[in-house]
Design a protein around this ligand. Structure first.
Ligand code: SF4
Length: 414
């Protein structure tokens, strides 16, 4: 798998883009995780991976989206992003996930990327604003990879994303990125309506034939104002996704990302481990994108490092969710999330103001934590990378008390 992946990447991607990826992301990313580990030894939790939603607006209306896309536009402007990134860089961070809404609707996105040539940015996008001209500018910068979300075939895409012609418009943007020689990925939130189409070797082959370099299989999180719980995966399907990902990593010449398992297949939550936290389009510092409550903001004069490392809200969230589950505390224990929000008097960071009501309406369900059904990595490269730079960083101490009961529940549902 690896020689073919390297060969087709070198043949298709722009050398500057490959150089920036290897230096700003791979090498300096590794160093930033090592610095994170050193901080942990003195109890300082500042994530090496920050995810920032720079705008709320979007041209699509996806089921399960938690962002107030129809609300008045709010952006994190260039000056505020420069302050945030510069402070984070001072503590070794070089990677930033850029989300929205739709980031390419932000008028200063290219300026933000250009202002930090020593960093690497992954832009989560629906691809529909990536014109040939924009793609050309991204190639000149080289420090950015578009991660284009595809949620199904033509029919499913229109249904899931609430507009027409979604698939074709997204594919046009994806092709512009690939034609420009950008390292480009495709993301899917796997759910009932696309699991058979997109969790398949034939779909991966289509992506490879198109020139896509990597993909990311998220699992659908039924949250937000339009949560559509029917789309969520059953436990047997969650096991199927994990089996598929580890098998295809060893077989297909395309890189496959996940953020929920270590090298032994042990589940983890990036928020609980402290490896990532999120900033909303309003500058609120949230435990993760779908926990829309906060006590801290990026406008705090102390800067993002001091604000995050001194946040009792974030600390409590990490520790208590890690005691309760190795999985997603929002899906498995919405009651615990509610308790933490009430305990800290945290603000609802949504414009719609219904985040607490949504939490109360959630049905607890399985997430990535499937005790007894762990699937270890099958390919040495993923085992090596995760063993050293993506695991639970001892966030879980002993296995959460719920493990035995969880395993019994799981067995009854498989
Ligand atoms: S709480 Fe859930 S959605 Fe948030 S980072 Fe953890 S696993 Fe992911």
């Amino acid at each position: 798998m690896l020689p073919e992946l390297v060969y087709r990447t070198v043949r298709s991607a722009d050398p500057k883009c490959i150089g920036k990826f290897l230096w700003n992301f791979a090498f300096k990313g590794m160093v930033s995780v090592e610095r994170f580990k050193r901080r942990l030894t003195r109890g300082d939790y500042f994530p090496p991976f920050l995810y920032v939603s720079i705008i709320n607006s979007c041209n699509l209306r996806c089921q399960g989206c938690w962002v107030d896309v129809e609300a008045e536009r709010s952006t994190i402007d260039l000056a505020a992003m420069n302050r945030l990134i510069t402070d984070a860089k001072a503590h070794g961070n070089t990677f930033f996930g850029i989300l929205g809404g739709e980031p390419f609707m932000h008028p200063e996105l290219l300026d933000i990327l250009a202002a930090h040539p020593d960093c690497y940015f992954q832009v989560f996008t629906n691809g529909q604003f990536i014109t040939e001209k924009i793609a050309g500018k991204l190639r000149q910068l080289g420090n950015v990879t578009p991660l284009v979300s595809v949620e199904g075939n033509e029919i499913v895409s229109d249904q899931r994303r609430g507009k027409i012609d979604v698939y074709d418009r997204t594919m046009r943007g994806l092709q512009n990125a690939l034609d420009a020689g950008l390292l480009t990925g495709v993301a899917t939130s796997v759910c009932q309506s696309n699991i058979d189409d997109l969790l398949s070797q034939s779909w991966l082959q289509k992506l490879i034939d198109r020139g896509v370099h990597y993909c990311w299989y998220h699992t659908y999180r039924p949250v937000g104002a339009k949560m559509n719980q029917q789309l969520a995966l059953r436990p047997d399907q969650l096991v199927r996704v994990r089996e598929f990902v580890t098998t295809m990593r060893a077989r297909m010449p395309i890189a496959i990302i996940d953020a929920y398992y270590d090298h032994d297949g042990q589940a983890l939550c990036p928020m609980s481990t402290g490896i990532s936290h999120h900033v909303s389009p309003y500058g609120d510092i949230e435990p993760c994108p779908i926990i829309q409550f906060a006590n801290d903001t990026i406008s705090d004069k102390r800067g993002i490092y001091e604000t995050m490392t001194n946040s009792g809200f974030l600390k409590d969230f990490r520790e208590l969710s890690a005691q309760a589950t190795r999985g997603c505390v929002v899906l498995e224990r919405p009651d615990l999330v509610k308790d933490l929000v009430v305990k800290h008097g945290a603000r609802d960071t949504t414009v719609r103001g219904t985040a607490m009501k949504e939490l109360e309406e959630m049905t607890p369900r399985f997430s990535q934590w499937l005790p007894g059904r762990e699937v270890p990595e099958k390919h040495w490269m993923y085992r090596l990378a995760k063993r050293h730079w993506f695991h639970d960083f001892n966030a879980y101490g002993n296995t959460p008390a719920a493990a035995a009961q969880k395993a019994t529940d799981l067995q009854s549902q498989l």
